[in-house]
Write a protein that binds this ligand. Structure first.
Ligand code: E4P
Length: 226
């Protein structure tokens, strides 16, 4: 299981990258425009924060396969390190994934709502597929079920494509896709911090400290000075 940050907020990325086991950063056009600054400069800043090894996902916005191909070449040329090009699973997108795969440019097939879309993208050579769990749920579908169907199809067909589950609004959805066979998850900054927050954990930690200080003195804040 790999954890990605679904954001382009450089400050938040720097903070989460320092504290959490992050595999990379995913963006999409909506995420990028939120930052309201020149996008190349923005993604270069993200690259600087996460380093060259971690994957950075940037989405194409062109309508045709040829446009997406040009965008992918441009982005992978502009940006150093490990770059994944996100391609929406339209008909042109599937063609673009085939062309990019033939040119050894790794892709993530995105805006996935059905297992059939994921299957086609995988056959076209996508390295990742990104099913939109919460958006599927909002259409009264079942995002977790779609992830588990994709996982079964990939296993049955021995497809090397990985599931990068995306679009989450709560920790339960993330937990459920982990059990359903996702290889990776990409999660907004606010939700990543919720993974670890649990009242009993903070209470236990405070009690341990209190008990320690009762015996060794209230100035003893670490094992070193006890
Ligand atoms: C991921 O890369 C997707 O673009 C993203 O998770 C979509 O999330 P949203 O449904 O919260 O906008």
């Amino acid at each position: 299981m790999r954890l990605y940050i679904d954001s382009a907020d450089v400050k938040q990325i720097a903070y989460l990258n320092e504290y959490y086991p992050i595999a990379g950063v995913t963006t999409n056009p909506s995420i990028i425009v939120k930052e309201n600054r020149p996008y190349i400069e923005l993604i270069e800043d993200i690259r600087e924060v996460i380093g060259e090894e971690k994957e950075l996902f940037v989405q194409a916005i062109g309508d045709t396969a040829e446009e997406m191909m040009e965008e992918a070449k441009f982005i992978t040329h502009q940006l150093s390190g490990n770059v994944m090009v996100k391609i929406p699973v339209t008909e042109e997108g599937i063609k673009a994934i085939k062309l990019l795969t033939a040119n050894n440019i790794p892709t993530c097939a995105t805006t996935i709502y059905t297992a059939s879309q994921a299957f086609l993208a995988a056959l076209a050579g996508a390295k990742y597929v990104a099913p939109y769990v919460n958006r599927i749920d909002n259409l009264t579908g079942n995002g977790v079920k779609v992830v588990s169907e994709i996982a079964r199809i990939f296993t049955t067909n021995q497809l090397p494509t990985k599931i990068l589950a995306a679009s989450f609004k709560n920790v339960q959805q993330v937990h459920d896709v982990c059990l359903a066979g996702a290889y990776a998850i990409t999660v907004g900054t606010d939700l990543i911090e919720k993974f670890i927050t649990f009242p009993s954990t903070s209470t236990d930690v405070s009690v341990f400290k209190e008990q320690w200080q009762k015996v060794y003195g209230s100035d003893k804040t670490t094992l070193f000075n006890s």
